[in-house]
Design a protein around this ligand. Structure first.
Ligand code: NAD
Ligand code: UDP
Length: 346
């Protein structure tokens, strides 16, 4: 038995491969490397001591999926593959709908046809829009989403729900990630954005390593204690562990399947703690010993003031909890960046 991991060469995928190996799972990876580097897979192999079976190609390629399903005994899929840059999705919406929605539909169709009906899907806190309730529980209605990327996530959630409504064998876990940061503590794998980072933590680490001059803090006039935006940062290794726990919840164990809940299961994966931009800067400076110069810039379009979750449902149902704090997130992000100033091309 093996898990099909789409997008396994990416930031969250690589960390999840390590946790899957530690838990004793077998897996194969499908990735087209449109936003990742083959060296990331080599690094995972170094960490786990195991050769990874990798299929290079697109999730929309039915023939390739048939080949993977013929050559392996796949019983579940963790679906990370997707494009994720919010700004790019505004400029290239069709590319996002094609890749994240049409590609995922084609993949789901093939998996259903071949009887692989256990799926874990990378969703996002962005589906809550500007949340009505803080901390955000899974009961909180989806909100008005401000960009095409977020809509692709919400649409594919709905597609999974409709498909599960029509086929009671389909079991899909929708994991709504908050803000993944940090890196494996070895410093061998981590986040390697191409071009100018959109997200706060990789921007900070690139300032620290001298690749960028200073950070722009997007707005200091939000209704928050220091005026800067609050997010729920979660260590990527804790997030990866959430996927292992989700597999167990749906009865997929390393060597066998056991009876378990079916249908759609939705979980927030976050720490439940909010951290402001300036608090993160301070924590990073303390962890790294490097000063981060910044200036205050206008708000970024589409940003909300506060997003943090109530992660107690995942705690109770999955026996999962984020255990790494903000200091550890900063220390591990810095360890990765300083050892790999040019990411995987260092
Ligand atoms: P990533 O870009 O590092 O990894 C995604 C991987 O998918 C890459 O290796 C890329 O090459 C691959 N890929 C993309 N489209 C593909 C396709 N059509 N066929 C095959 N492979 C394809 O991103 P990540 O940060 O690891 O995110 C993983 C998933 O989690 C994504 O779906 C993302 O939208 C979601 N997510 C990420 C965050 C975050 O902040 N990182 C937050 C919420 C949700
Ligand atoms: N942010 C910032 N400067 C940057 C990048 C982000 O001030 O260069 C802020 C952003 O406004 C938000 C927080 O940092 O309040 C987290 O942003 P990120 O893009 O990492 O995550 P998201 O907005 O998707 O939750």
């Amino acid at each position: 038995m093996a898990i099909l991991v789409t997008g396994g060469a990416g930031y969250i995928g690589t960390h999840t491969l390590v946790e899957l190996s530690d838990a004793g799972y077998e897996y194969v990876v499908l990735d087209n490397f449109c936003n990742s580097d083959k060296k990331a897979i080599e690094r995972v192999e170094g960490l786990t001591g195991k050769k990874i079976k990798i299929y290079e190609g697109d999730i929309a390629d039915g023939e390739l999926l048939d080949k993977i399903l013929n050559e392996n005994d796949i019983n579940a899929c963790i679906h990370f593959a997707g494009l994720k840059a919010v700004g790019e999705s505004v400029r290239e919406p069709l590319m996002y709908y094609k890749n994240n929605v049409i590609g995922s539909i084609k993949m789901l169709d093939k998996l259903m046809e071949r009887g692989v009906k256990k799926i874990i899907f990378s969703s996002s806190a962005t589906v809550y829009g500007d949340p009505e309730i803080i901390p955000i529980t899974e009961e909180c209605p989806k909100g008005e989403i401000t960009n095409p990327y977020g809509r692709t996530k919400s649409i594919f959630e709905d597609i999974l729900m409709d498909t599960a409504g029509a086929d009671s064998e389909l079991t899909a876990v929708l994991l709504r990630y908050f803000n993944p940061v940090g890196a494996h503590e070895s410093g061998k794998i981590g986040e390697d954005p191409s071009g100018i980072p959109n997200n706060l933590m990789p921007f900070i680490t690139q300032v620290a390593v001298g690749k960028r001059e200073k950070l722009s803090v997007f707005g200091d006039d939000y209704d928050t204690p220091d005026g800067t935006g609050i997010r729920d940062y979660i260590h990527v290794v804790d997030l990866a562990d959430g996927h292992v726990k989700a597999l167990k919840k749906i009865g997929v164990l390393p060597d066998k399947e056991v009876p378990a809940d079916k249908g759609i299961l939705i979980y927030n994966l976050g720490t439940g703690r909010g951290t402001s931009v300036l608090e993160l800067v301070k924590a990073f400076e303390a962890a790294s010993g490097v000063k981060i110069p910044y200036d205050i810039a206008p708000r970024r379009a589409g940003d909300v003031a506060k997003m943090y979750c109530d992660a107690s449902k995942a705690g109770k149902d999955l026996d999962w909890k984020a255990v790494r704090d903000i200091d550890k997130m900063c220390a591990d992000s810095w360890n990765w960046q300083k050892n790999n100033p040019e990411g995987y091309n260092s």
